[in-house]
Design a protein around this ligand. Sequence first.
Ligand code: B12
Ligand code: SF4
Ligand code: SF4
Length: 226
Amino acid sequence: MLAWAPIVKTIERRGLAAHGAFALQDDERQGELADVATIALVGLAGRRGWAAFSGSPEAEDRGADPLDRWSRRVVGALATELGARALYPFDGPPHWPFQRWAMRAEPMHVSPLGLLIHPTEGLWRGYRGALAFAERLAVPPFRAAASACETCVARPCLSACPVGAFTGAGYDVAACAAHLGRPAGRACMAGACLARRACPVGADWAHEPAEAAFHMRAFLSARGSA
Ligand code: B12
Ligand code: SF4
Ligand code: SF4
């Protein structure tokens, strides 16, 4: 069985962070996952990870989808080094179920925004790829933890959106994108989603302005509005 600690070190050497791992059940080992025993998730290592991307050739070449191309190069090389196969959140549809995987790898929970919440990083955890290993990894046992949302009475995330995009029925993507394309949407465009920022958990992990603006522009242009 492969040990987990050296894998985490290898992930971190590339400016990425290990976001947990889990074993697939036998009945999940089908189709493209037939030869996979363990999945490990990786994301940017906070602001250090953002610096690794923003100094990269992809960030400066003015081509499309720079962060996705950077992820393919860096996570792809990491997978080769570790003898694993890389899977990406932006491939598809059909999309790999990263949110479902995340909830099995770590104590992540669905928040009222639909984004998953992490006990310390709040709503700021994102994924750049997954490493699919044919072998079983000796991953640390899953440590369950309650969702911070269970004891959050005020739920400021639900009232912070200027266009009320988060209703009990889900996320109104069209209303959000329309607002972002107007001058009044500048606060979200420059500093990240106000609803996401309203959550008190993991405030230290909130994106810095350059990263926030990058993600918001990418979101809006993917919607065909920018
Ligand atoms: C399509 C998509 C979108 C669409 C639609 C999202 C929507 N809410 O309808 C658009 C373009 C609008 C979008 C926007 C954003 N997205 Co998006 N998106 C995706 C993508 C590519 C696919 C989602 C999907 O359809 N999965 C397919 C299903 C089969 O997968 P799943 O894991 O089973 O996911 C579902 C379950 O979790 C299920 N679910 C809900 N409740 C429960 C409860 C239980 C118990 C279970 C088991 C499941 C479950 O809902 C999920 C469907 O979204 C994922 C990446 C990925 N591959 O997962 C990112 C992803 C979900 N997005 C992400 C982010 C960060 C964003 C943005 C904030 C982007 C930004 N500006 O920075 C915005 C805002 C989203 C919001 N407020 O909800 C992150 C979320 C990380 C997190 N902490 O949860 C992901 C994982 C991408 C990543 N690289 O990390 N997104
Ligand atoms: S503001 Fe409260 S309810 Fe909303 S995501 Fe944060 S902890 Fe959960
Ligand atoms: S980005 Fe702004 S408009 Fe869109 S959901 Fe978040 S707060 Fe609302």
